[in-house]
Design a protein around this ligand. Sequence first.
Ligand SMILES: *Cc1c(COP(=O)(O)O)cnc(C)c1O
Length: 398
Amino acid sequence: MTTSDTTAPGTAVLRWPDQPALGGWYTQDEIDAVMQALTDSTDWRTGFRAKTREIAFEDAFAVHAAAPFAIAYNGAGTAMDQVLACLGLRPGDEVISGALNFVGPHLSVLRAGGRLLLAEPSPGGFNLAPDHVAHLLTGRTRAILVTHMNGQVADLRALLDLVERHPHPEHGPARIIVDAARAVGAETEIGPVGRVGWASVFSFQSKKGMTTLGEGGMVTTFDEDLAVRLRRLRSFGKSRLLGSNYKLSKLQAAVGLVQLRRLQEMNDRRIHLAEQRTEHLRTLDIPGMVLPPSIGRAHTHYLYNLLLPENWGAAGRNEVRRLLAARHGVGSLPGERPTPLGHELIARATTGQHLPVAGRTADRALHPCLHPLMSEMENEEITEAIGDAVRTVAATRS
Ligand SMILES: *Cc1c(COP(=O)(O)O)cnc(C)c1O
């Protein structure tokens, strides 16, 4: 099941791809929902108008996130742009965000005219370190953009405390904006992701924990003014704002309703497999290797996050990847690099910011393929392959 012919490092044919192209999976219920929505749309008077299903999807998502407002968008990228536009940044205003990240949210900061300050990750992790954020906070900080990296929730409580203690002189405490694209269905210690922060942005792109036919997004918030603005902005501004068309379609909303209902089941299977894998890898006892923490739904394992021993560097990590692929047909991803290495405009906007921890963390990161539809036996095969590759590299280095 879920085997694939994707080729990766070297010329090995992979039995498991570097990363699943679909994060969850579809059932007959999604297919029925699409057919129903399609059938309903043949009436020339109403056509594909999204209204009822879009509202039902938003309402269900608001309940899921325990937040009063949920606003559907056609993607997390466009949604993040509009959330940042609503901050009303002025020249010199600053936004702090974790350096190990997807480039998307950082491009949104630049597009909104913000000065981007990058924070180092916590030791042994991927999320931004609150003590480094404290160091970067100034009288010009308007927002902290937190990504729950690879499905593991960041320490929002520490960040909320920080912004309360250092309010902006004119605008008050900096806003916490959450990029929850990789953490749909995850839970923080304060409640579901989506309940905490000024705005939380979700993605339903195919690789994410749930999808709305390949693309889609959602914002949740407690701020009614923000919710109203975001609704106007996605629909050409409703005669007062500089908006455009960022709407989710009727078919996407219909599928989203079903995927949301099935989200917990999909996440729980992913979490179960990840924890099983971690239990096994713990017995390898490789000094310096960091396994993903097993913390229930506070880690949905969007990626299976391994950190190899730091002194192996990128060369050791790459050798593990090569062995996994060549000997065992197991695909894997290297870590997300600090965003200035992934985009020249981010590099230009952040020159002079030194991020040694982020760089070293990226070099040792390894994300072997994980999908909730893997059988326990497949997962065991992959786990043993990881053990073999890691032991082989460890032996050449001692
Ligand atoms: C996928 C992703 C996005 C962008 O989501 P889209 O819906 O594809 O626009 C943003 N941030 C992170 C962390 C992501 O993984």
